[in-house]
Ligand binder design. Structure first.
Ligand SMILES: [Fe+2]
Length: 605
């Protein structure tokens, strides 16, 4: 039984392939098309998945129900008419041209790819797909399941329970009452892009005070004990137009939205902190309710809000569940996998086994890989001289040596990650002990805002020496406090940049202003290359921690193919590039080949 899952047409299109219940391949379209958050039909991702398949798919499953979603769009337009007329007329052509014709589009696209899937296209509810992506690949035989996002068809959050191969949703929160949309409204108001800038807002929160928290809880929503709530529609323009917040919202929070290229002030920091605390409160209440209602000890999470690793970290430390597993592709890209798994274990009646320890995501390394010959050809095509090393051990040793010597190293190894986080296959690695490294990486490599924190990657077996983390975190989806013994003076200073420069621990480049870190733990079996690099770095320096940030530059999706890594290397201040067995030193390049772009040449992200 071979099932292809597809998500498309809103943001982060993706495809995933499940064969006899095994997750064989999964990838986002943006990694191929090079269009960030690409929402178009995932033609390249589908072709990649089919290339890994043993034959034509028995079923193709789309991650939501277009007619039900259309019903919500129509109902909303009529409910607020005539105010929503402009938004309605803007949205309609895309619906009439494309979104309502998804089955036909899938059949046509698959035929062009050499597969006849007529009569084999199926649909899965949006939150059913999120829930399936959370439970089925988890290590748990039984668990409670919680999904929270912006909106699917009508649901904005659901909970239910999974047992073996059965998954049942039992309750939902419905549009327009949505935690994802509430968080996105603040993302918009703080001048970041909706559906991609949410994690920037999360990163900004520790610089602020929660001085709007009570105002949000008092005016914007009516929050109940079970975590469900009603949003007060007078403050939101989402129903009526394309803007997320209106005049009344601006009056309540001391001014209009920040312009995307405007300076970040204390107000944005305080708004970020306030909505973050409200989000955590809602997630905690939901989780406590689901725990009471199900009596389960394990919790599985998915939906875009499950990418809020600060809320996840609090849930881990303060919540009622013993264990928590979060789908690494928790956003809509993960819906492709969820749709395939929901069909396989649901309509197709496929069995499932879980051993309680390991999940079924293969470390999220489910994307394309590229062999040494491909790397050699890409290097030769660009005239980049490289040294070929003897094998993974030698490569890992070299990476560790260069990072220990202060270099910033870009790495392309094995299959690319599925989901938004770089986990070592398409990563930039650097020394977390350097007090200057955070600013240097933001300025010279990533060309992005200086407040943005970096995440640490640590040997799983040594994680407790550095972080107060009660479990493994292989997907970088939980924040945890840096161990008290490693923390330095608190982040003194009144301005954002003063607090940024304060040395906060003995791994300052990965310690956020509030003393937290978004940790990735590395297991020898699941991530052998990165485990080797960390072990070597530890041998050289006594520190089993590195900075791990995604291998991309501002405005672009993470690199996938070696040629994109080469361009990224040449266009930034990176010192070393590693492609499979090949190593390139910036200092050994012919003059004029590397052209780091001036920071000012970059527009807002
Ligand atoms: Fe979603």
């Amino acid at each position: 039984m071979r099932v292809l899952g597809i998500s498309a047409h809103f943001h982060d299109s993706a495809a995933a392939l499940v064969e006899d219940g095994v997750v064989v391949a999964a990838a986002q379209e943006e990694r191929f098309s090079r269009v960030k958050h690409d929402a178009s039909f995932p033609r390249c991702a589908v072709a990649f998945c089919l290339g890994r398949a043993g034959g034509a798919p028995d079923a193709v499953v789309y991650y939501e129900k277009p007619l039900l979603k259309f019903e919500r769009v129509l109902s909303t337009a009529f409910a607020v008419a005539p105010a929503g007329f402009k938004a309605f007329t803007t949205a309609m052509p895309a619906w009439l041209r494309q979104k309502l014709w998804v089955p036909r589009e899938i059949e046509t696209e698959l035929r062009a790819a050499g597969c006849d899937v007529r009569g084999r296209v199926r649909f899965c509810g949006h939150h059913e797909a999120h829930a399936a992506s959370a439970f089925f690949p988890s290590p748990f035989e039984r668990a409670a399941v919680l999904t929270i996002d912006g909106v699917g068809e009508w649901s904005t959050a659901t909970w239910g329970r999974g047992l073996g191969a059965a998954l049942r949703l039992e309750a939902e929160l419905r549009f327009p009452h949505s935690l994802g949309l509430l968080y996105s409204a603040f993302t918009y108001h703080c001048g970041f892009r909706v559906n991609s800038g949410e994690y920037k807002l999360m990163g900004l929160a520790p610089y602020g005070e929660p001085r709007y928290r009570e105002l949000i809880l008092g005016k914007l929503l009516d929050l109940r004990d079970d975590g469900s709530f009603r949003l007060n529609p007078v403050y939101f323009d989402t129903l009526k137009g394309q803007r997320m917040t209106g005049e009344r919202f601006s009056r309540l929070f001391g001014g209009p939205p920040r312009a995307p290229d405007g300076a970040i002030t204390q107000r944005e920091c305080d708004l970020a902190r306030s909505i973050q605390e409200v989000t955590e409160e809602i997630v905690l209440r939901m989780a406590r309710h689901v725990h009471r209602a199900t009596g389960e000890r394990n919790l599985c999470l998915a939906g875009g809000v499950a990418l809020n690793c600060v809320a996840n970290g609090r849930l881990l430390r303060e919540g009622p569940f013993e264990r928590i597993w979060v789908q690494p592709a928790a956003g809509d890209a993960g819906g492709a996998l969820g749709a395939a798994l929901a069909y396989y274990h649901g309509a197709a009646g496929g069995a499932r086994s879980a051993d309680g320890a390991r999940d079924a995501m293969s470390g999220a390394f489910l994307g394309p890989d590229h062999d040494d010959e491909t790397a050699a050809a890409a290097l030769a095509a660009r005239g980049v001289p490289a040294e070929r090393l003897g094998g993974p051990d030698e490569v890992a040793r070299r990476v560790a040596e260069r990072v220990a010597g202060g270099a910033v190293v870009g790495v392309v190894q094995g299959r690319a990650e599925y989901g938004p986080r770089a986990l070592g296959a398409r990563s930039i690695l650097a020394d977390p002990r350097s007090p200057d490294m955070q600013a240097l990486l933001n300025r010279r490599i990533k060309f992005r805002e200086s407040f943005r924190p970096f995440a640490p990657v640590v040997l799983a077996e040594r994680a407790s020496e550095y972080f107060d983390l009660p479990c493994a975190s292989p997907y970088m989806l939980f924040t945890a406090p840096v161990a008290a013994g490693r923390r330095g003076a608190s982040a003194a200073g009144s301005t954002l940049s003063e607090r940024l420069r304060a040395v906060r621990s003995d791994i300052p480049a990965v310690t956020h202003v509030d003393g937290s870190a978004r940790v990735q733990t590395v297991d020898r079996r699941e991530n052998p290359f990165l485990h080797r690099v960390l072990s070597e770095f530890d041998r050289l320096t006594g520190c089993p921690v590195l900075i791990n940030t995604s291998f991309n530059v501002r405005g672009e999706p993470p690199v996938c193919h070696p040629r994109e890594a080469i361009e990224g290397f040449l266009a930034t201040g990176m010192d070393v590039l590693v492609l499979g067995s090949y190593v390139v030193e910036k200092s050994a390049l012919p003059p004029g080949l590397a052209r780091p772009r001036p920071v000012d040449a970059f527009s807002a992200d």
